[in-house]
Ligand binder design. Structure first.
Ligand code: SF4
Length: 52
């Protein structure tokens, strides 16, 4: 089911809603790659899984 509260344009992810810029998960984990995180690029969706 599409979650209208989580916008996402990563359509390579198997959880992407495909025809809408949204995620289908109820919950995602967002992580940081740098401490302290200083920009958006320092963060990432850890719930991503590649679409087969
Ligand atoms: S799991 Fe993350 S990357 Fe995948 S569609 Fe949802 S928000 Fe986007």
């Amino acid at each position: 089911m599409v979650n209208s509260n989580i916008g996402c344009n990563v359509n390579e992810c198997k959880y992407h809603a495909e025809n809408q810029p949204l995620c289908t998960l109820n919950h995602i984990e967002v992580v940081k790659h740098k401490t302290p995180a200083t920009c958006a690029e320092c963060t990432d969706c850890a719930s991503f899984e590649q679409r087969c």
